[in-house]
Design a protein around this ligand. Structure first.
Ligand SMILES: [Zn+2]
Length: 153
């Protein structure tokens, strides 16, 4: 497996290169229990296929850290597309919108990749080399098995 740095999104935060991705939940989200359970399953799906570890943080404390980039999950009950890039600033909070149209673990994994800076053309999947770069920014134990799972995406 060869991954070049250029395969990573241009706004990839260097502190993510150890494979640890901080995230928070929106405290004021509607249906916080559902949000939590959907996101947990999406993260488990990704963690089986990557060298990434998603670590939950306190949203209030995270907002005070000016130079930290983290994923911010919120839930909307409106039937809107979640297959979108919802953040504009590369540093800081990156919003990820979970909606009833994307609740399966692979779908939550997909929108998480958008939040991590990946993009694709309309109705096309992500470019495989780019997904690989983002999912394996570092080496981890059982990487062979994880790459094998990745192939089953
Ligand atoms: Zn998408």
């Amino acid at each position: 497996m060869s991954v070049t740095d250029t395969d990573l999104p241009s706004d990839w935060p260097c502190e993510w290169s150890e494979g640890t991705i901080p995230f928070v939940f929106d405290f004021f989200s509607v249906n916080p229990k559902r949000l939590r359970s959907l996101v947990r399953k999406g993260h488990e799906f990704l963690q089986k296929r990557s060298c990434l570890t998603f670590i939950e943080h306190n949203p209030v404390l995270m907002a005070q850290q000016l130079n930290t980039t983290y994923l911010y999950y919120t839930y909307s009950g409106v039937l809107e597309s979640c297959c979108l890039h919802y953040y504009f600033k590369p540093v800081g909070r990156r919003m990820i919108l979970i909606t009833p149209t994307c609740t399966l673990p692979p779908e939550v994994a997909h929108v998480t990749l958008h939040g991590m800076g990946l993009d694709h053309r309309k109705r096309e999947p992500f470019q495989e080399s780019r997904v690989r770069a983002a999912l394996f920014p570092t080496y981890c134990s059982n990487i062979e098995g994880k790459v094998e799972n990745f192939g089953k995406l």
